[in-house]
Design a protein around this ligand. Structure first.
Ligand code: PEP
Ligand code: MN
Length: 376
């Protein structure tokens, strides 16, 4: 992976130097000096990790679980750093954590998902970090809210923190899912679109919650042009004091990294370039046709709305739309198009249809112009 970022920060410098995704590894929690050192030595020997991670204050959903070793673990990380030279990263949630971490020479701090949700807490951290030049990684908030994630990053930027990166660790959902935290890839992709210079790191451990999901999630992240991976690594994962199901041994981490396919942003192969260009031109033509077709559908909606107005008929015709939501995905299926995608597409078309009809029946729009505006 080439890094084309022009920003000069702790993370982009390392990325440019390595020319490949950054690998951050280490246990979910620092449990003992021996455990911290065993993992650090194995990572150092394998030579693929760029940074060491370990939690020493663990946010737990319910009280009574293992809440981390706290400040007692900081000297263990110092020892691991002295022996391996790996930069150390830990999670901080309060200004006191920041103070203790910096006193012990911790190189990089991260803000956890449960802290990113709280602008007061993030602001306190930003104030504590102001003037320290500490590199900070900001995990996405537990809820799928891009503005909250971006807001946390901005609070740090405003405090003068320049060495920033984002970590995508997935989002809590109520619905049962194969993931521990739903990746909802559209959110990190939108973050990347808004902040192209900000390194984006994927956390397949917390997204997957299970060892066998690490590889497919990490592969997808690399294919989406992420800048790094943070993967929980433990000498004896099954007996880990936190997140046992998702941690892997350093040896398994090595295998996993070698199983990943590292692809390029583009190719120098002229045949590839010509073919890609030809296909993209055909897609441009197809897009014109899609839009012309949509314009035709919108014109029909408009015509129908005029008739509804004349005949004093309501806009929402539930049965008609239930029929559409049933049949269109089926039609799509027959054409080899993903039925869920077709369903989503028709939800958007319905919202736009209602907006357009409201405008015609009532003379003026009550909401913004887009189908995703407030209300309909
Ligand atoms: C962690 O990285 O160990 C952790 C607690 O992560 P998150 O904040 O993503 O839950
Ligand atoms: Mn964890």
């Amino acid at each position: 992976m080439e890094n084309t970022s022009t920003a000069d920060t702790f993370f982009t410098r390392r990325l440019a130097q390595k020319g490949q995704p950054l690998i951050i590894a280490g246990p979910c929690s620092a449990e003992s000096e021996e455990q911290v050192l065993t993992v650090a030595r194995a990572l150092k020997a394998a030579g693929q990790a760029d940074m060491y991670r370990a939690g020493i204050w663990k946010p737990r959903t319910k009280p009574g679980g293992f809440e981390g070793r706290g400040t007692a673990a900081l000297p263990w990380l110092q020892a691991a750093r002295a022996e391996t030279g790996l930069p150390m990263a830990i999670e901080v949630a309060t200004p006191k954590h920041v103070e203790d971490a910096l006193k012990h020479g911790i190189d990089v701090l991260w803000i956890g998902a449960r802290t990113t949700v709280n602008p007061f807490a993030v602001q306190e951290l930003a104030d504590a970090l102001a003037g320290t030049n500490t590199p900070v990684m900001v995990k996405n908030p537990v809820n799928p809210d891009l503005a909250l994630w971006a807001g946390a990053i901005e609070r740090l930027e405003r405090a003068g923190i320049r060495d920033l990166a984002a970590i995508h660790r997935g989002f809590s959902t109520f619905a049962p899912s194969r993931y521990r935290n739903a990746p909802t890839w559209a959110i990190p992709i939108e973050l990347k679109t808004r902040y192209p210079e900000l390194p984006l790191i994927n956390d397949p451990s917390h997204i997957g919650g299970k060892r066998d999901l690490l590889l497919p999630i990490a592969q997808k992240a690399l294919d989406l042009d992420y800048d790094g991976l943070i993967i929980e690594t433990h000498p004896d994962p099954d007996h880990a004091l936190s997140d046992a199901a998702q941690q892997v041994t350093p040896a398994r981490l090595q295998e996993l990294l070698s199983e990943l396919k590292y692809r390029y942003r583009s190719s120098d192969n002229v045949d590839y370039r010509n073919k890609a260009e030809e296909l993209r031109q055909k897609m441009d033509t197809a897009d014109h046709e899609i839009l012309e077709m949509l314009a035709r559908r919108m014109a029909l909606i408009q015509e129908l709305a005029e008739y509804k107005k004349e005949n004093n008929v309501k806009i929402l015709q539930l049965e008609r739309w239930q029929e559409i939501f049933k049949t269109r995905p089926e039609w799509g299926n027959k054409l080899n198009i993903n039925d869920k995608f077709v369903g989503e597409l028709y939800k958007l078309i319905h919202i736009e249809s209602i907006r357009l009809q409201t405008e015609i029946l009532n003379g003026r729009p009550i909401d913004g112009p887009g189908p995703l505006g407030p209300g309909l």
